[in-house]
Design a binder for this molecule. Structure first.
Ligand SMILES: [Fe+2]
Length: 362
């Protein structure tokens, strides 16, 4: 009798649907400081299947984040870890002028095969200490089915670095952004070695429904930006990162981001070294009043033209998928833009605050 009972239980266990829990993102590391870092990963618990009249049914995964904050870390150190079935590592920021490097890229939201090719090329050029993502990671931030695709393509990079994302218009101010990347506020700043990095939320279109809400948000963020810049004048370099660029060579998109163009006097007043953007799917570099403005939105989304470069300030504009590598050491900043085929688009070395226009042929 006992055997029959056990057999029935086992049969019931075998036939009842197993929980579909699986890891669909990460592990990845966010919010690293000289003493702390958070390792996180995304879990799919189950799915919902939606049946629409006259349409194929589609599934949406239910996603949640697991995370652990590691404390008591030492500056400038490598830490290996095992999490969510994957081996990974990250480095904490060095103190002072210690050498470091980072990669900037964005607009990975579509053409997943191209995103994958950019990622393959990026990994060939060395693993960066950290990554600045300029936004538009996915085509619709609220669509949970898209995030596992993004995380799958970025998996090898993310398990070996620290990730600092910015919010693009295609994220649509989604809660997934704050949940996955543990950002209470989509605008934030951090220090890495002798650099101070300010990430802005330039997606004013999605912060509030009405104009008054947008204006209030923008005024608060601008005040925060000015305060943060003022407090960090002792850093050797100041970088601003946002999705929407203040200038563009894309003919049909000129003058579309006046809120960002209006910030450039603040960048000048507080000696920003370089401002880094996405949104336009190409490579653009401007030098205006001592500040480098770079658009690197070449992570996979369909390419845009560069047919109307701004006279007088344009350094280089190319319509190609790309990413930008920046290294800081005692000589200054080494800056290289690289295309999807591994070819150098542009090289500058060194770029110092005191010598912003120094240039070697690429
Ligand atoms: Fe965009």
């Amino acid at each position: 009798v006992r055997h029959i009972f056990l057999g029935t239980v086992i049969a019931a266990l075998l036939t009842s649907p197993a929980p579909a829990q699986k890891i669909v993102g990460g592990p990845y590391v966010v919010n690293a400081t000289t003493g702390n870092a958070t390792v996180a990963w995304v879990v799919e618990d189950s799915q919902i299947t939606l049946h629409e009249p006259d349409q194929q049914s589609r599934t949406s995964p239910a996603l949640r984040v697991e995370k652990t904050t590691l404390t008591g870390l030492k500056p400038g150190s490598r830490y290996d870890y095992d999490a969510a079935g994957t081996h990974g590592y990250f480095k904490t920021p060095p103190l002072g002028a210690g050498p470091y490097n980072f990669i900037v890229y964005g607009d990975t939201r579509s053409r997943h095969d191209v995103h994958r090719r950019v990622m393959t090329e990026l990994l060939k050029h060395g693993i960066p200490d950290f990554v600045l993502q300029t936004g538009d990671m996915v085509v619709d931030g609220d669509d949970s089915s898209l995030w596992p695709v993004f995380f799958d393509i970025e998996k090898d990079l993310l398990r070996q670095t620290v990730f600092f994302p910015s919010l693009g218009n295609h994220e649509r101010n989604t809660d997934y952004f704050s949940n996955f990347f543990l950002k209470d506020n989509p605008y934030y700043s951090f220090n890495w070695g002798n650099g101070h990095f300010i990430v802005l939320n330039s997606d004013i279109g999605n912060v509030a429904a009405g104009q008054r809400g947008k204006d209030t948000y923008w005024a608060a963020q601008t005040q925060w930006l000015e305060d943060d810049l003022e407090r960090n004048q002792k850093a050797e370099y100041r970088f601003v990162i946002a999705h929407h660029p203040p200038f563009t060579a894309v003919a049909s998109r000129q003058g579309q981001n006046p809120h960002m163009t209006a910030l450039t006097p603040l960048f000048e007043k507080y000696h920003v070294t370089a401002a880094l953007f996405g949104h336009d799917h190409n490579y653009q570099h401007y030098l205006k009043n001592g500040i480098h403005y770079v658009v690197t939105g070449g992570g996979g989304a369909p390419l845009y033209d560069v047919s109307k470069p701004a006279p007088g300030i344009t350094q280089k504009v190319v319509s190609i998928e790309n990413f930008v590598k920046v290294s800081a050491d005692s000589a200054g900043l080494h800056f290289e833009a690289i295309d999807i085929n591994g070819r150098t688009i542009e090289v500058r070395y060194p770029v110092k605050v005191t010598d912003l226009s120094a240039r070697l042929p690429g």
